[in-house]
Design a protein around this ligand. Structure first.
Ligand code: GLU
Length: 484
């Protein structure tokens, strides 16, 4: 590749960042970085009906959070700006007029009524689709001038050749050919003067020197239309890479409209963000060495177009969860504590226990931060519990054993000063030996007595350390009275 690679991410600000969108951004970034090129951000905000307040900020924040950096964009500036389409209105009009001069587009003054009536009068194609009948293409220059002068509302349409085929090579899907007769003279400039995507993407990609267009497969078959415009302008066509869809299951696309997970939803559920990005990368791309767990830098290193899949990929939250667990184990205690904070705050136990101890207990036991409240709420739910919890065949434990052990253990524990896990464990084992009972019996009985729960993140000594001496003794006392 001799020319410098330039790719772009061109999202529409419509709300949270959907998984498929973030994947397009990521692949655009990976390809550009791999080729030592440039990755830029362009915000496609010309469809005022779809615009959601604050959504542009969400795009900036998500990319920053994910580590996908761009060298040009609305918030960064750059030589080919503005990068916000709503600020480029005049540019589109200027180029639409050029296209009209070249015969590749034309003014259309058809009223909504006429367009609606076409549905009854014009001939539908074999798929039952009615297309615009090129009515306004036959207007003379003078008629057009007069209409414009009279202020009659208009749109500008692309003039698609009535016959012939458009072919191009897609880097993922191979050669794509579309019959022009299957295409409509689509609108390039709407009656409000704003461009449609179909026009703006061509003008912007050219003016912003984008030579590799990486985007969703939904644009695969409309690309020949765009190529007609590149050709009419005499511009070099970019290379294209269309990406197969991300599916929820075999039939349904993963989509924001169906309420499927966005990047923000996954972060809110407590997935480790590096795992989210890593997982998204694998939705439609497999590195040659089949690596699964990769940092962003490793993804850049391993990225190659022939690893991109033509077939749809199915989003598998269980796999994402597993990957999140793998990243979770690698977080430093300090980082874990910082990221876990909002989830600690959701727990009843928040602020009542030593957070450093909680970090140690939880880090290897959870896959997503969202598990935290349920894992530690039990600490504050201690109350009368069913004594059958003492029953444990493997540990040779039951209510009677507990009744025999706990009062003595209570007396012993009153005298212990060091309530750190290691010291407690040693003391408990020594206590079992002195009493001539099994370690398991002491540990099981104690853990049940002080937590009232059969499943806890950590054993007896860890739970006792977390609760601290006073809470342990109080709970032991309560457990003992409940047994008598
Ligand atoms: N704004 C378009 C979208 O969000 C961009 C498609 C493209 O990358 O060209 O679908």
């Amino acid at each position: 590749m001799s020319e410098k690679v330039r790719t772009r991410f061109a999202p529409s600000p419509t709300g949270y960042m959907h998984i498929g969108n973030l994947r397009s951004a990521l692949y655009g970034y990976l390809f550009a970085m791999k080729e030592k090129g440039e990755f830029i951000l362009r915000i496609e905000d010309t469809d005022q009906n779809r615009y959601v307040d604050g959504a542009t900020q969400i795009i900036y924040d998500t990319l920053a959070d994910a580590g996908i950096s761009y060298s040009e964009g609305p918030d960064k500036g750059g030589p080919y700006g503005p990068y916000l389409q709503s600020e480029r209105k005049e540019i589109y009009m200027e180029y639409a007029k050029k296209l009209i001069e070249k015969g590749a587009a034309y003014y259309c003054f058809c009223t909504p009524e006429r367009l609606a009536s076409m549905k009854d009068t014009s001939v539908a194609d074999s798929n039952g689709v009615t297309r615009y009948d090129k009515h306004c293409l036959s207007l003379t220059k003078e008629e057009v001038e007069a209409n414009l002068k009279a202020g009659i509302p208009f749109v500008i349409r692309q003039n698609i050749p009535p016959e012939g085929k458009g072919t191009y090579h897609d880097m993922v899907f191979g050669d794509v050919t579309v019959d022009y007769k299957d295409m409509e003279d689509g609108i390039l400039i709407k009656s409000d003067g704003m461009p449609t995507y179909n026009f703006a993407n061509v003008v912007d990609d050219h003016l912003m020197h984008i030579n590799y267009v990486i985007r969703g497969v939904e644009y695969l078959s409309s690309t020949p239309k765009y190529n007609l415009m590149y050709d009419a302008f005499g511009w070099e066509r970019p290379h294209y890479m269309h990406l197969s869809p991300v599916m929820k299951d075999a039939q349904h696309k993963l989509s924001k409209r169906n309420g499927d997970a966005s990047y923000q939803d996954l972060v809110a559920k407590g997935y480790v963000k590096e795992a989210i990005l890593n997982y998204i990368a694998l939705l439609g791309w497999a590195p040659k060495d089949n690596s699964e767990k990769m940092t962003l830098a490793e993804m850049v290193e391993k990225f190659s177009v022939d690893g991109l899949s033509k077939s749809p990929s199915i989003y598998d939250e269980a796999k994402l969860r597993w990957l999140s667990g793998e990243y979770m184990k690698e977080l430093s205690d300090e980082e874990f504590k910082k990221r876990a904070q909002p989830f600690f705050e959701q727990s009843k136990a928040y602020g009542k226990y030593d957070e450093d101890l909680l970090v140690k207990l939880l880090k290897s036991r959870i896959e997503i931060f969202g598990e935290i409240p349920a894992k530690i709420d039990f600490l504050e739910e201690y109350d009368a519990f069913d004594p059958s919890l003492y029953d444990n065949k493997k540990q040779k434990c039951n209510k009677e054993v507990a009744k025999a052990i706990l009062p003595k253990l209570y007396e012993a524990m009153k005298g212990w000063e060091d309530y750190s896990n290691a010291a407690l464990y040693e003391a408990l084992v020594a206590f079992a030996a002195a009493e001539g009972v099994k370690n398991g019996q002491v540990l099981w009985c104690l853990r049940i007595a002080i937590t009232g729960a059969s499943v806890t993140p950590g054993g007896a000594s860890e739970m006792a350390e977390l609760l601290g001496k006073q809470r342990c003794l109080d709970r032991l006392q309560r457990a003992i009275s409940a047994l008598s």
